[in-house]
Ligand binder design. Structure first.
Ligand SMILES: [Zn+2]
Length: 326
């Protein structure tokens, strides 16, 4: 992938060994339609093996986590196809769903922003707990090592529990933007200074809901985090996701321009439905002609496995080739 290439990406949530093998089986087909970057989100569903990390493996009932052997095979295959493989580990938010806590919060109940409450659909770790980073950074480092990563995606989307009145460390007394930026900056320091890797993250917490007509609480910030955009380094690559229909956003996509105007490189990300992703890609292509800080387009799949089965989804096949000469 040359430095001037557009980023023609697919995001794949790879939470089981079987899903990793499925991806392995379609990498050549993805390369054929122009994919040159894969974001492989493993989170805790990875066969961590170091003494300090092994107990943080998340095993979905009846399924093995992604093995290090298959991760290596994916890397080898991706390289042979000219595809850059960037791992993702979800930070801060998405730490559990209601009573189901992922390993960090299951093993350290006190790390939770809302400890003792089971009715929290989007759990988060407490940004002020000093014990979190000494656990999380070794997990990230192991993923980086196995994937031989040259960039890292830290997630950070849909952080809805922050500055919570339920936090015993008094987070509610703090500015949510400063709390959010504090975690971003800790991760950025580690990734860029200690590991010399570019950092990617989702952008929804950095844009105020009022900027995007029709956006809901998940797509843009209504919980005070958006001021963090002024408190974090500009070399972070912001993955700006818009998954619904253009009409749901009242016919406009202001967010890509918003991030450009704030000095960031932006990687717009569309959903798995062609009819939703295609107009966002067209909009981003127009902006790319004016500003190469629009890096390309990222087709997401999330839990919709079928986009990677043959024939590969039209949202990938029809959209990404348009970016080849952009
Ligand atoms: Zn807290």
């Amino acid at each position: 992938m040359s430095p001037s290439s557009t980023w023609r990406g697919v995001h794949f949530r790879m939470l089981r060994e079987s899903q990793a093998r499925q991806l392995l089986g379609v990498i050549e087909k993805l390369a054929d339609v122009g994919v040159n970057v894969i974001i492989a989100e493993v989170d805790y569903s990875f066969a961590f093996a170091r003494p300090e990390t092994a107990r943080y493996q998340f095993r979905e009932a009846g399924h093995a986590p992604v093995s290090q052997q298959t991760a290596k095979a994916l890397l080898k295959k991706a390289r042979s196809c000219g595809i850059r493989l960037i791992p993702e580990f979800n930070c801060l938010g998405h730490q559990g769903i209601n009573a189901c806590r992922y390993p960090l919060l299951e093993l350290h109940r006190d790390f939770d922003e809302t400890p003792g409450h089971d009715d929290i659909p989007t759990r988060a770790w407490c940004p002020q707990h000093p014990g979190v980073m000494p656990v999380v950074l070794p997990l990230i480092d192991e993923i980086i090592g196995v994937f031989e990563a040259d960039a890292f995606h830290a997630g950070m989307d849909e952080v809805l529990q922050i500055a919570s009145p339920l936090c015993p460390r008094g987070c509610a007394q703090n500015n949510p933007a400063e709390l959010f930026a504090g975690v971003v900056n800790q991760l950025h320091d580690h990734l860029t200074k200690k590991r010399a890797l570019p950092m990617l993250m989702w952008g929804d917490r950095l844009v105020p809901q009022s900027t995007i007509p029709g956006a809901n609480d998940h797509e843009a910030s209504s919980n005070g985090t958006h001021g963090a955009i002024h408190l974090i380094p500009k070399d972070i690559i912001v993955c700006d996701w818009r998954f619904r229909k253009l009409s749901d956003y009242h016919g406009v996509y202001p967010s890509v321009r918003y991030f450009l105007d704030h000095g960031f490189k932006v990687w717009p990300a569309g959903g798995w439905l062609w009819e939703n992703a295609s107009p966002f890609s067209q909009h981003a292509l127009e902006l790319r002609k004016q500003n190469t800080d629009v890096l390309g387009f990222l087709c997401t799949t999330w839990n919709h496995i079928t986009p990677l089965k043959a024939p590969i989804s039209p949202s990938i096949c029809d959209i990404l080739p348009l970016w080849k000469n952009a």
